[in-house]
Design a protein around this ligand. Structure first.
Ligand SMILES: [Zn+2]
Length: 428
């Protein structure tokens, strides 16, 4: 797309942060492959009517002249530096290679492109909500789907049809995984539910006809959010957070942790657990992100455990016990249908969807933490989860690093228990 005055001011505000970069190379640096470049910031200006966008990708200084980005099925129209000077680029096999001058300051790469609607939960869905987990960000914007490469974000949507509201964060100032960024649009109604003790506004967005279910599912959301915040530490995805109903086909499909406006399938909006679960990802999964897909249990196991705990804290011990019963049923289902390894060895050697997605990492992870709590005590585990969050928020962590942290803090080495639960195909 071609920048307008409005878009230019948005993009120049981004580019100015990299002032000092050589923006007028006299000769083109040849495009080359380099997947090791660190993306620092991603600014997107998206026209949802035209399905065109401009992305400003800021990369860390490097002695390399190559930069590779995932671009899925995007049609790349133009690639320039922050000053508008063309950069050499090559698109092949869902990959964009760019040539950029060596720089000792961050460099902004400006990519104009078109994107298309996707029907398989792998891009912008027909409903106008986006879904890129785990590795489909390239169908929406040039990216690294590897969760270890966190980026901060800016997002601005234009072309939103009259009568629709677009729900998205204008900025995410915490480095997080590419799949965290999302937008949704539709005929939304918003209600503020309250504010957390740290002053975060908590609300809920529903689609036409969805008010009762939304208010039912979000009944405890402020109290749940408060418990996470007061137990684990300050929420860092911005001053507002909300559950957002999205059209995923209407079924009870759960949610996706797009902080600060996490998505919940319209058919799951009634469900208190789904709201509590997605909210908890603001601390584990998004706040502290996983370094490798094999560390998925650090996100989902921890969050499933925290969800049970927040049920106890907000709704009482009976609600917590009932959720553990539900978890136990899911554990038995996963035993019957999955290979039950929740924490594979290695780093990014698995296919997240093919090899690990299922109830196992959620439920075995939750029960591992429940057993650990039995050994070291509730207060000690809370204090470790808080301390690790506060130390590692905005960074990528291995699950082993959390275990090592717990060992250091408590004197109890949780690794054998973790291996018994998470690296075996049985239930201890
Ligand atoms: Zn989750």
């Amino acid at each position: 797309m071609k920048p307008t005055h409005r878009t230019l001011s948005f993009l120049l505000a981004v580019a100015s942060l990299a002032a000092g970069a050589d923006t007028c190379p006299s000769t083109l640096v040849p495009a080359s492959e380099d997947w090791s470049r660190d993306i620092l910031h991603t600014a997107l200006l998206v026209d949802v009517a035209a399905q065109t966008a401009t992305a400003v990708i800021r990369v860390a200084p490097s002695g390399s002249t190559g930069l590779s980005l995932e671009v899925g099925d995007l049609a790349i129209l133009e690639v320039t530096d922050a000053g508008g000077a063309p950069l050499d680029f090559l698109v092949h096999e869902k990959q964009l290679d760019v040539g950029i001058p060596v720089s000792d300051v961050p460099a902004d790469i400006v990519v104009d492109y078109r994107y298309t609607t996707h029907t398989d939960f792998d891009g912008e869905l027909p409903s106008g909500a986006t879904f890129t987990w785990p590795y489909f960000c390239g169908n929406l914007f040039p990216c690294h789907s590897d969760p270890s490469d966190g980026t901060t974000f800016q997002l601005q949507l234009t072309g939103v049809p009259d009568g629709e509201t677009a729900v998205y964060p204008e900025t995410i100032d915490l480095e997080t995984a590419s799949y965290v960024l999302a937008w949704a649009r539709g005929r939304y109604t918003y209600r503020k539910l309250g504010s957390s003790r740290d002053g975060i506004e908590i609300g809920v967005y529903w689609l036409p006809g969805g008010e009762n279910q939304a208010l039912q599912g979000a009944e405890y959301l402020v109290d749940q959010f408060n418990w996470y915040e007061q137990t684990l530490g300050r929420y860092l995805f911005g001053p507002r957070a909300a559950s957002v109903s999205v059209d995923w086909g209407g079924g009870d499909y759960g949610g996706m942790e797009h902080h600060p406006y996490w998505h919940i399938s319209s058919g799951s909006m009634y469900d208190v657990e789904t709201h509590a679960h997605e909210a908890a990802h603001g601390w584990y999964g998004d706040g502290v992100r996983i370094a490798c897909w094999e560390d998925f249990v650090l996100s989902e196991g921890t969050v499933s455990y925290l969800t049970a705990r927040v049920f106890g804290a907000v709704q009482g011990p009976q609600a917590e016990a009932a959720l553990w019963d539900e978890y136990h049923n899911l554990l038995l289902i996963s035993q019957a249908t999955e290979d039950m390894i929740a924490w594979p060895e290695g780093c990014n050697q698995i296919d997240m969807l093919e090899d690990l997605f299922g109830f196992t990492p959620y439920m075995k992870g939750a029960f591992f933490f429940k057993d650990l709590e039995g050994v070291i005590g509730r207060d000690a585990l809370d204090s470790c989860l808080a301390g690790f969050y506060q130390e590692r928020v905005g960074t990528a962590a291995r699950f082993q690093e959390l275990l090592d942290y717990i060992y250091l803090e408590t004197g109890y080495d949780p690794t054998p228990l973790a291996e018994a639960w998470l690296r075996s195909s049985t239930i201890p």
